[in-house]
Design a protein around this ligand. Sequence first.
Ligand code: ADE
Ligand code: ZN
Length: 338
Amino acid sequence: MSVSKEFLKGLPKAELHLHLEGTLEPELKLRLAQKNHVDIGQSTIEEVKASYQFDSLTSFLMVYYPAMNVLQDEEDFCALAVDYLKKAKDHNVKHCELFFDPQAHTSRGVPFETVINGYYKGIEIGREMGVDAHLIMCFLRDMSADSAMETWKAAQPYLNKILGIGLDSDERDNPPLKFAEVFDLAKKKGVHVSMHCDIDQINSIGHIYDVIHKIGVERIDHGTNIVEDPALVDYVVDHKIGFTCCPVSNSFVTEDMKGREMVYLLQRGALVTVNSDDPAYFQSYISDDYYALATKYHLSEDDMIQIAKNSFNASWISEEAKKRYIRMIDEYVASVRA
Ligand code: ADE
Ligand code: ZN
C-alpha cells in the first residue's frame, strides 16, 4: 500500500538540515526589497521564480547569495525565521536545528549581532508556537579559514544561542580539513558539530572519511557518497553518526534524488533522516521530501516511521526528550491505524 501525503504530514518529525536563508519565499523577498529599497532585479513573484535556474550546487549558490541582500535588520531575520517555523508547525515538525550563514551577511556590512538576535527572536516565537527550534552556525567553506575563525570569535558572547556549528557553501577546492582548527576549538567548548559533504563532489569519499575520522562530526549533511566505502558505512552505523539527506534538493543540483543510496543506508541501519535543505528554492517542505522519497522508492509506512524516529535519534536533544518524541510518533501511528 502506498503511503499517503496526509499520513506523512501528520507524522511528528524533526528537521535537521534546513538553511534559514533557503526559506526566503518570493513574497517575503519582494516585501523586504521594497521596505529596504534594495534593487533585486525582479518585481513580481513570477520574475523571482523565473530566476530559479540551477542544475548544480555552484549555479544554485549563484542565485541564492544575491537574494540575501534584502535581509537588513533584526526584524527581517526574525520574520524569515517565523515564516519558516509556521510552515514547520504545519508539517508537524516538533523540533528543528536550523543552519544560518552569518558570513553571508557580515560580508555585506550587516553586524553579527543583528543576524543572531533577529533569528533568535524568531526562534523564541517558534517555541511559543510549539516548535522547539535551535540554531546551527555555519561557516562558508569558500571563504578563508581566518574568516571562519573571526566569525567563531564574534559568536563567543552568543554561544548560549548556538547549539552547533556546521560547514556549507561550495565544496569544490574547499575540503573539510581547511577548517580543522576552528572545529577543534568549538568541540572543546562543547558545541555540537556537523559538516556538509555534498553529493558527487570531487573526492566526496575522501571528504567523508576526513569529517568522520579527522574532524569527528556527529552528523553528516547529505553524505550519501559514503556507500562507496563499506568500511565507512560500518563505522557510521556502529557510531550512530546521522545523515541529513535532502532528496528533492538533490534532484535539483544532481541528476537524481540519491534515494537508492538512502534506502541502502536505511537498510544497513544507518541513522538516515529526510529534510528540505532550501525549501523556498526547491519548492518542497519537509513532508513533500518524505513523500517524494516514499513514492519514488516504494517505501512503506514503517520505513517512513523509521525515518521520523531517526530524525529525533540523530538530533542533539537529551535521551529523555528523544524517548518522549518517539512515544509521540507511536501514539500518532496507533491513532491513525485504530
Ligand atoms: N547552502 C545552502 N544549501 C546548501 C547545500 N545544499 N550545500 C551547501 N551549501 C548550501
Ligand atoms: Zn544544505
